[in-house]
Design a protein around this ligand. Sequence first.
Ligand code: NAP
Length: 384
Amino acid sequence: MDNKLCRLKDFFANRCILITGGTGFIGMALIEALLTSSPDLRRIYVVVREKKGLKPAERIFKLLSSEIFDHLSPETKAKVVPILGDLTAENFGIEPSILAEIRGTVTVVYHNAGLIKFNRSLKDTVLMNVLSTLRCIELAKSLAKLSAFIYTSSITANTNIQGKISEKVYKTKRSPKEMIMLALESPSTLDKVPEIKSDMIEGHVNSYTYSKQLAENLILEELSGFPAGIVRPALGHVKGGVRSICGNPRTIHFSIPCDHVVNCMMALAVSLGTQEISPKLPVVAHLCNNRTVNPITMQDFVKILNEESWKNPCDTYFLLPRIKIRNGFRGIIYFIASYLAAIALFVPEKFINISTGKIKGINIVDMQYKLSRHIAELCNVIYD
Ligand SMILES: NC(=O)c1ccc[n+]([C@@H]2O[C@H](COP(=O)([O-])OP(=O)(O)OC[C@H]3O[C@@H](n4cnc5c(N)ncnc54)[C@H](OP(=O)(O)O)[C@@H]3O)[C@@H](O)[C@H]2O)c1
């Protein structure tokens, strides 16, 4: 057997791990990879909330019934333990007896949960992405032994930085704790979507990327000297909405597959936990295509995506992907037509300064999106 796999297997043997965001895209792949690669792993605690009338145990049962876990035995699946928790509450609001068990046994923490919505208020993103990180750090620091703390950030976390972005944490002007206080104590300052001005989010493109940068800053402030790591994946799971991409088809696409991301997340835990590197600062890892190993062009990426998603559609698709790269005149027409509806609604909204994004119960952002989608579909018909 390969040496590295042996080390990984040995490292996780008998260990208990805590994961947030285990019910999501990356979390699910991480749980599967951990169970598959480390047969002697003891337990994976997954902090889960109740959702759509399903209790954590029912949600984990549903998760483990999915096809990617089919190769695992019931005994292996039983290692996944659902824990009811609220990520913004102290100690995640975990019941005291379970909390004591976690504190005594868990040595590796993956804080992976995140609110990945680009149009949510700054208050929501700060609470979910920054306050939850603080709660997770506090819990990790209270463990009897912490071998590795890994935070899933994003390759987009530093979109306010011009030029080359390095594997280090870029300081925000406002401290993450100050933003948490603002979100908790004067939420009205942060809760209006259209009023998120670029100075409020320090030049970021949206509140999501800003919240990821704030969360990284929190790790820098709170976990220096601890075995902490930050991964910045470049991936995206499509829901089928994108119909057209403008760009050079020969450009190298920088995303990488999800299994590479989870492999790196496991390998980083091994490195941090075996003191191969003993960081004073958190280790930051960009998980993206570096253009030299297995490069894939945009054209090939789109082709594979279109073909594979028709063969194996995700149950989260609201439209099957049918992406085309459109450039020049066709691209411009397509772009303008697609966004005409959005512009038609957005401009008057800005003009009369309706800051809530709603008129008499109609969600403008939602309406813009739906209209744009229909026009995009129409363009597809005309062009095809
Ligand atoms: N996928 C990407 O393209 C991508 C790229 C770069 C970085 N990332 C980062 O990777 C992490 C995981 O992303 P993903 O793609 O797996 O996202 P996802 O599929 O949307 O899953 C998000 C996870 O976070 C949990 N979560 C969200 N809001 C929550 C809340 N208020 N309370 C409790 N749990 C909550 C979700 O739980 P429920 O099931 O209960 O909703 C789910 O388990 C995130 O931190 C994200 O920022 C993702």
